[in-house]
Design a protein around this ligand. Structure first.
Ligand code: ADP
Length: 345
C-alpha cells in the first residue's frame, strides 16, 4: 500500500466508522481490565494469613515471611498487569479487523443506495439536457436572424412545443418513479377486464394512428391490486407494443390463471429485442440501441422500470420473451383477489 492510498483509506468513511467501533471496543476492554485489576489486586492484599497463625515464630521469621508474601503478591499483580496488557493488545489487533469488517457491512448498503441515487440524478439530468439544448439552439438561431416570418415563427413554436412535450413526459416518468418508491398502494379486489379496458382506452390514439388492432382475450377474474397502478403497468406494455411495431401489426392481450395467480401477457409482432438487451430493459433509462437510434420512437427508458417496480410491490413478477424481427411477449403475474378475501367467521 502506498502512502497516498493509505492516507485516502484513513480519510474514508469506512476507516472513520471502523475507528469509532474500535474506540468503543477499546474503551470497554481497557475499562474492564482496570476493574479486573483493581478488584484482583485488592483481593490479593486481603489474602494474607491471619497473624495468629505465625505468632508462634520469631520476629525474624515473621518478617521474612511477611516479605516473602509481599513479594509474591507484587509478582502476582505484575503478572496480572502483563496478562491484561497482552489481552488489550490482542483486542486492539482483533478489534481493528472486526471493526473494519463491521464498518464495511454497515456502509455497503448505504453506499450502494447513495450511488444509485447519484446515478439516477445524473441520468435524469443527461436526459433533460437533450430537449433543453434543442429548444435553446432553435431559439438562438431564430433570434440571430433579422426577420422572422409568421410561418417560421409558428414552425419554431411547434418544434418547441414538441420538445416541451418530451420534457413533460420525462418529468411525469421521473415523478412516477419517485412516487412508486414510497407510494402506499390502495389494494383491493379489481376486475382484470376493467383494468385491461382502461389501459386499452389510454393507448387507443397511438394504436389508431398506426392502424394497429388490439385483440383481447381476458378471463373474468379479480386480482388483488392497486387499480391505478395495475392500469399503468398494462398501459406501459401496450404502449411499447404499439411503439415498437410496424403499422397494421396486431397486438394481443391474453390472461389465464395458475395457482393463486393471474397471468396477463401482451404480445406484439414488432421489432423484437436483441438477446443482449433483454436483461437490461427493466433498468431505469435503458433503451436498446435500435430504439435509441430510431427517430420516431419516443421514450426515455422509464416505462418498464416503473412497471417492474409496481409489479414487485404487488408481490408479482414481470418477464419477457422476444425474438428480433419477430416480436415480443411481456407477461405479468399478479396475486388473485380470492386469496386475500378474509375467511367468513
Ligand atoms: P421506452 O419505451 O420509453 O424507451 P421502456 O422502459 O418502456 O422505455 O422500454 C425500455 C426498452 O425496452 C425500449 O427502449 C426498447 O428498446 C425495449 N422494448 C420495450 N418494449 C418493447 C417491445 N414491445 N418491443 C421491442 N422492444 C421493446
Amino acid at each position: 500500500m502506498t502512502k497516498d492510498s493509505l492516507i485516502t483509506f484513513a480519510r474514508s468513511r469506512t476507516a472513520r466508522l471502523a475507528a469509532s467501533y474500535l474506540a468503543i471496543i477499546m474503551i470497554m476492554s481497557v475499562g474492564f481490565s482496570m476493574v479486573l485489576y483493581n478488584t484482583s489486586s485488592h483481593e490479593l492484599g486481603r489474602k494474607l494469613p491471619p497473624p495468629s497463625i505465625y505468632a508462634q515464630f520469631s520476629d525474624n521469621i515473621q518478617l521474612d515471611y511477611q516479605h516473602y508474601v509481599d513479594k509474591r503478591i507484587q509478582q502476582a499483580r505484575n503478572r496480572l498487569l502483563g496478562n491484561l496488557a497482552l489481552l488489550n493488545v490482542a483486542t486492539l489487533v482483533g478489534g481493528s479487523y472486526f471493526s473494519y469488517l463491521l464498518a464495511r457491512r454497515t456502509l455497503e448498503p448505504i453506499e450502494e443506495a447513495m450511488e444509485a441515487q447519484s446515478r439516477f440524478a445524473s441520468d435524469a439530468s443527461h436526459e433533460l439536457r437533450t430537449p433543453l439544448a434543442a429548444i435553446q439552439t432553435e431559439n438562438e438561431v431564430a433570434l440571430r436572424k433579422d426577420t422572422l416570418t409568421l410561418s417560421r415563427a409558428k414552425e419554431l413554436l411547434q418544434s418547441n412545443l414538441e420538445e416541451v412535450k418530451k420534457l413533460r413526459e420525462l418529468a411525469d416518468g421521473l415523478l412516477r418513479l419517485a412516487r412508486e418508491d414510497n407510494h402506499e398502494l390502495a389494494m383491493d379486489a379489481v376486475s382484470l377486464s376493467t383494468i385491461v379496458t382502461e389501459a386499452t382506452n389510454r393507448v387507443i390514439k397511438p394504436a389508431q394512428q398506426k392502424h394497429i388492432e388490439i385483440h383481447d382475450n381476458i378471463i373474468d377474474a379479480k386480482v388483488f391490486a392497486d387499480s391505478a397502478s395495475a392500469i399503468q403497468v398494462i398501459s406501459v406494455l401496450l404502449d411499447n407494443a404499439i411503439k415498437y411495431s410496424d403499422k397494421k401489426q396486431p397486438i394481443s392481450i391474453t390472461s389465464w390463471i395458475k395457482g393463486r395467480f393471474a397471468f396477463i401477457s401482451v404480445t406484439d409482432k414488432g421489432q423484437g429485442i436483441a438477446e443482449e438487451d433483454l436483461p437490461r430493459i427493466f433498468e431505469r433509462f435503458y433503451r436498446a440501441d435500435s430504439s435509441r437510434s430510431s427517430q420516431n420512437v419516443s421514450g426515455y427508458g422509464l416505462g418498464l422500470s416503473i412497471a417492474y417496480k409496481i409489479v414487485k410491490q404487488h408481490g408479482g413478477t414481470i418477464s419477457v420473451t422476444s425474438a428480433p424481427g419477430q416480436g415480443s411477449t411481456f407477461t405479468i403475474k399478479l396475486p388473485l383477489a380470492e386469496e386475500h378475501t378474509p375467511a367468513e367467521s
